[in-house]
Design a protein around this ligand. Structure first.
Ligand code: ATR
Length: 292
């Protein structure tokens, strides 16, 4: 644990509940590695108390806050300024309290893109298939489109949700960047066969239903990358199937590390110690998995 002094500045995460959050160990390890006089603490905030909590953080000189379920949407209304990612996704996972104003950001999608970039994968111009249409798909889709993805083909069990995300991307980010195909059928098979990047954002295959597969993968394009944003288990059945078809695969740990790294960079202006953050996160995830 970091030593707390009279000078120590405060960061934290709000959620209801918040005890499941991996952010405190990951951020405190990062702050320690950087030698910064900050501490990162969990705050369990009831939805009805969110406004009071934000006012309190501001009044008490808290520097920054991450938000998890269920506060991400409501926070958007409580900040003075929203970044394009926050505004477009309608969510805030990072708040920065500056002397002038309170800024809300959403680092989930940018974290996804940054995780790929760190591996040398540039999404610009790419043919992408995005599976799912929940909050995660919206964040990833917005950031892919903003980062210049060539085309994003969305498929979701409930077609109307995929259409809503596609409309957001086409109307607010870039006309023609997104289209939808039916969840099951030849359209999706053809899109998967042609994809350079496949991103799995549904909750299928997540612990405790790790034996489930969202869909059967067809043959993939040579050189294709497949990302599953699930991080528990580390390797989903979907990722194993993708690896067996020759794809380069990446799990959800990267997005989790980089969304945190982007928040930390915003609050402190420092270059985040990625390796250390990943090491702590993976250790915590392993502990959690062993505990069942
Ligand atoms: P998040 O905000 O984490 O993305 P979410 O909004 O609950 O979570 O979205 C979960 C995603 O997993 C959705 O795309 C959901 O599909 P629906 O929109 O049809 O509900 C998808 N999903 C969950 N269970 C599924 C299943 N058994 N088969 C296919 N998709 C599933």
């Amino acid at each position: 644990m970091p030593t707390v002094w009279g000078t120590t500045r405060v960061l934290g995460v709000i959620g209801w509940p918040v005890r499941h959050s991996f952010s405190p160990p990951m951020h405190n390890a990062a702050l320690e590695a950087l030698g910064l006089d900050y501490v990162y603490v969990p705050f369990e905030v009831r939805p009805a108390d969110l406004r009071a909590a934000v006012d309190g953080f501001r009044a008490a000189g808290v520097v920054g806050i991450n938000a998890t379920i269920p506060h991400k949407q409501a926070l958007l209304e409580l900040v003075d300024e929203a970044t394009p990612e926050a505004e477009l996704t309608g969510t805030v996972n990072t708040v920065h309290f500056t002397a002038e104003r309170t800024v809300g950001d959403s680092t989930d999608g940018p974290g996804f893109v940054a995780g790929l970039a760190a591996r040398g994968y540039d999404v610009a111009g790419r043919e992408v298939v995005l599976l799912g249409a929940g909050g995660s798909a919206r964040a990833v889709g917005v950031s892919l489109a903003r980062a210049g993805a060539g085309r994003v083909t969305l498929a979701n069990r409930t077609a109307a949700r995929a259409e809503a995300v596609a409309a957001l991307l086409n109307e607010r980010v870039r006309p023609g960047v997104a289209r939808t195909v039916a969840w099951e059928g030849d359209g999706l098979t053809a899109a998967l066969e042609a994809a350079e990047l496949v991103v799995q954002t549904t909750s299928v295959g997540m612990h405790p239903r790790a034996d489930e597969l969202p869909l059967e993968l067809p043959a993939l394009r040579p050189g294709a990358w497949v990302v599953d944003i699930v991080y528990n288990p580390f390797e989903t059945r979907f990722l194993r199937a993708a690896a067996a078809r020759g794809a380069t695969v990446l799990n959800g740990v990267e997005m989790l590390v980089y969304q945190g790294a982007l928040s930390l960079a915003r609050w402190t202006g420092c270059e985040p110690p990625i390796e250390r953050m990943r090491e702590v996160l993976v250790a915590e995830l392993r502990k959690r998995a062993e505990a069942g």
